[in-house]
Ligand binder design. Structure first.
Ligand code: PMV
Length: 369
C-alpha cells in the first residue's frame, strides 16, 4: 500500500482517498460475444497487451481515478472527465455497479465519491472502458482495504467491462473464458514473455474521432444472435490463442502478426454478417489494411500487424525498429488525423501519490478537483 495517500480520521471511520492509474489494452485475439450478459462472461478467451501511460511523443495516455468512501457524503457521486454522471444511468455510468458489489463484500455502507479523468490525447475516440473500469475496481478494493488477489480483481473488473479484466496487469495478458456459470474461472493473468517482445509498439491511427455508433455490448449481442459466421468464431479464436501463444514462445513475429490480422478480419467479418450489418471500418481503415498487407509483401515477411476493435481506428502492432517503415507505408493515405505511438507497458493498475489526487478536502467537505 502506498502510504502517501491521504488518511484522515473523522469519527470512527477512516476516509482514505485513493488515487490510481490504469491504461487501455489492445487485443491480439479479440473478445466478441458474451455467454452471460450480466457477468460479462465471454464466448472465447482473448489475449492483449497493456499500453504505456504516455505516447512516445510524451502525451499522457492513461486513466487516473481518485475515490473515497465517506460518511460526509449524502449520495454516491461520480465525475467523469469533469462532468457529473447520473450513477443510475447504465450507459453513462457503465459498470458503476461493481462498486456496490465490492462495498457489499466489505460490508461497508458509506457513500462513495469517484473522480476519473481519461488523459488520452484530445478527442481521439479511443475506447476507455478497459482502463476506466480497471481503475474503478482497483481503487475500490484498495480504498476498502480488501485482501483480494489480482486474479480475483480481474474477475471483478471484468463484470464492469470485459476488456477491463486484462488492464489489471501490464505486459501481455491472457483472459481465460472460463466454464463456470458464476464466472469465478473467467479471469486474466499475465503471460511470461522473453525480452524479444519488450519493444512492441502500437501505432494507433486515428481515422475518426467521434464516438462509436454501436456500443460493443449491443454489437456483440446482434452478432451472436444473427450472424451465421459467428457460429465458428469462438472455436476459431481459441485456436488463434493457442497459435499466438506458440508464436510468442518462439519469438516468431511473422506468425504472431499473421494471427493478429486474421483474427481481426474474422471478427469484423462476423460483424458485417450480422443483421443489420455492423460496419465499424471506414475507407481510411481499409486503405491502411491494404498498405500494411503490401508492406509485409514487399518485406517478404510480416513486420507489422493491423487490428481493429469496435471502431474505425486501426492499431498497427510493430517492433520499435520498424516504426519508420510503417509510417512511410501509410504516409500518403488521406484522412489519418493523427498517429499515436504507444509502447507496451510493464505495469498494470498502480497506486499514485496524493499529489495526483483528483479529490480535495475543504473543511468537512470532499470536492472534485
Ligand atoms: O470490454 P468491451 O465491452 O469494451 O469490449 C471490447 C471488445 C473489443 O475491444 C472489440 C475486443 C477486445 O477484446 O478488446
Amino acid at each position: 500500500m502506498n502510504n502517501t495517500n491521504v488518511i484522515k480520521n473523522y469519527g470512527n471511520k477512516m476516509d482514505k482517498i485513493i488515487t490510481v492509474e490504469a491504461k487501455p489494452n489492445i487485443a491480439f485475439v479479440k473478445y466478441w460475444g458474451k455467454r452471460d450478459l450480466k457477468l460479462n462472461l465471454p464466448k472465447n478467451s482473448s489475449i492483449s497487451m497493456t499500453l504505456s501511460n504516455a505516447t512516445l511523443d510524451g502525451e499522457p495516455f492513461k486513466t487516473v481515478t481518485s475515490l473515497v468512501f465517506s460518511d460526509k457524503l449524502n449520495e454516491d457521486e461520480f465525475y467523469l472527465n469533469g462532468k457529473k454522471i447520473d450513477t443510475s444511468n447504465k450507459d453513462e455510468a457503465k459498470g458503476f455497479w461493481i462498486i456496490d458489489y465490492i462495498r457489499n463484500i466489505a460490508g461497508d455502507k458509506r457513500h462513495v465519491m469517484l473522480v476519473s479523468n481519461n488523459s488520452f490525447p484530445t478527442s481521439n475516440g479511443l475506447a476507455s472502458s478497459a482502463s476506466g473500469l480497471a481503475a474503478m475496481a482497483y481503487a475500490t478494493v484498495k480504498a476498502l482495504d480488501l485482501d483480494i488477489s489480482d486474479k480475483e480483481l480481474s474477475t471483478i473488473a471484468r463484470m464492469g467491462s470485459g476488456s477491463a479484466s486484462r488492464s489489471i496487469y501490464g505486459g501481455i495478458v491472457l483472459w481465460h473464458k472460463g466454464e463456470k456459470e458464476d464466472g469465478s474461472d473467467s479471469y486474466s493473468e499475465p503471460i511470461k514473455i522473453s525480452p524479444y517482445w519488450n519493444d512492441l509498439v502500437d501505432l494507433i491511427c486515428i481515422t475518426n474521432s467521434t464516438k462509436k455508433k454501436v456500443s460493443s455490448t449491443a454489437g456483440m449481442q446482434t452478432t451472436v444472435q444473427t450472424s451465421e459466421f459467428y457460429k465458428m468464431r469462438p472455436d476459431y479464436a481459441e485456436k488463434n490463442i493457442k497459435e499466438i501463444m506458440k508464436a510468442l514462445e518462439e519469438n516468431n513475429f511473422n506468425s504472431f502478426a499473421d494471427i493478429i490480422m486474421k483474427d481481426s478480419n474474422n471478427m469484423h467479418a462476423t460483424m458485417i454478417d450480422s443483421k443489420p450489418p455492423i460496419i465499424y471500418i471506414n475507407d481510411i481503415s481499409r486503405d491502411i489494411i491494404n498498405s500494411i498487407e503490401e508492406l509485409n509483401k514487399r518485406e517478404g515477411k510480416n513486420i507489422a500487424a493491423y487490428t481493429l476493435d469496435a471502431g474505425p481506428n486501426p492499431h498497427i502492432i510493430v517492433k520499435k525498429e520498424n516504426i519508420k517503415k510503417v509510417e512511410d507505408a501509410i504516409k500518403d493515405i488521406e484522412g489519418i488525423e493523427k498517429i499515436l505511438k504507444v509502447q507496451i507497458s510493464e505495469t498494470g493498475c498502480r497506486l499514485l501519490g496524493d499529489e495526483e489526487s483528483l479529490i480535495k478536502e475543504d473543511g468537512l467537505k470532499l470536492i472534485p478537483k
